[in-house]
Write a protein that binds this ligand. Structure first.
Ligand code: PHE
Length: 338
């Protein structure tokens, strides 16, 4: 009996050792451990074993089964790694890999995301409007008379239809007030277009971030505090910011905001980053007319608005001396922000 078990075990181990690939290993597995496999069938001899030997034979059978199972498992692993090595034949896995060119976000995108993040934490939510605008939303509703220079085709891109590429994101102020009820606090990042001569601080397509806050009793200190806090949050607590009285048709009073641009090796210079002011009652009146109700009547609400140039903010953030670097897509420049 013991000899028979030893013989079947030897044969089983031999057939496993002889397997050369997964198929032949499977055949061997079925032949020894399958339902009618030689090792499986050994179990049936137990009934003929005298009871005095049952324990010893039983143990031997168990040891045989696990030895055969181990041999199967080991062979499986060995065959698998053989197949893996064959797949790698001719390839040197010790060569250093080729560096992957990873992309990065454009500095303007980085800047916009940070700016939007700060303003959202201050309670502003996002709004948007079309880049192809009509004169009502871009000019008339913003109290801009038809002889204003910004409406001149020399300064603005007009389509034959009379529509135009928006010259500022302020049109989103009007569109938002037409749709929403006060109080409202929105920001609108987007592209604006002007027929400007391109130089180190001007582009003809650029990016703005508009903001509008309308509620009861919004005041000039609210405007100043909000924008100073925003700029210091963006550029650091030491940032020098100045408000210069200015004129915009849609705000009264109006200001331009400058931030001190400091670049190593250059004299510090003030650079204009934003326009702002208290919403002119004429704008609220145009909105009331367009809505056909009085929710934005200037006896009920006041508000402030601002529009910032994102390119200018990026120039200050990173000390970029020429705005054109932002559109040339020179990889040596962009790489510095990745
Ligand atoms: N629209 C102005 C510009 O493009 C900026 C501005 C926005 C000024 C809102 C006042 C209020 O220069």
């Amino acid at each position: 009996m013991i000899d028979k078990i030893a013989q079947i075990k030897d044969e089983a181990l031999q057939s496993i050792a002889a397997a050369t690939d997964e198929n032949s290993l499977n055949e061997a597995r079925v032949a020894v451990m399958g339902k009618k496999g030689t090792v499986t069938l050994l179990g049936t001899i137990m009934k003929d074993v005298p009871s005095s030997e049952k324990a010893a034979i039983g143990q031997l059978l168990n040891a045989t089964r696990s030895a055969v199972q181990n041999a199967l498992d080991e062979k499986q692993i060995a065959l698998q790694s053989q197949a893996d090595l064959a797949a790698l034949a001719g390839i040197d896995p010790t060569l250093p890999p080729r560096a992957l060119a990873t992309g990065g976000l454009h500095p303007l995108t980085l800047l916009r995301e940070r700016a939007v993040g700060i303003l959202r934490r201050m309670g502003f939510s996002l709004a948007e409007g079309p880049e192809i605008e009509d004169e009502f939303h871009c000019f008339d509703a913003l109290n801009t008379p038809s002889d204003h220079p910004a409406r001149n085709p020399k300064d603005t891109f007009y389509f034959d239809s009379g529509k135009l590429l928006r010259t500022h994101t302020s049109s989103v102020q009007v569109r938002t007030m037409e749709k929403q009820m006060p109080p409202l606090r929105i920001i609108a990042p987007g592209t604006a277009y002007r027929r400007d001569e391109i130089d180190s601080t001007h582009l003809s397509a650029f990016h703005q971030l508009e903001g509008l806050y309308v509620d009861k009793d919004v005041s000039l200190p609210d405007l100043k505090g909000t924008l100073e806090m925003f700029l210091r949050e963006l550029f650091g607590a030491q940032t020098a910011v100045r408000f210069r009285p200015h004129f915009f048709p849609f705000t009264e009073p109006s200001f331009e905001i400058d931030v001190l641009l400091e670049i190593k090796g250059q004299a510090p210079r003030w650079i204009e980053v934003a326009g702002c002011g208290m919403v002119d009652p004429a704008v609220f009146e145009a909105v009331c007319q367009s809505r056909g109700d009085r929710f934005f009547d200037s006896s009920r609400v006041t508000g402030f608005a601002f529009g910032m140039g994102l390119e200018r903010l990026a120039m200050i953030q990173w000390g970029i001396r020429d705005i054109r670097l932002l559109i040339e897509n020179d990889i040596r420049f962009l790489k510095q922000f990745a």
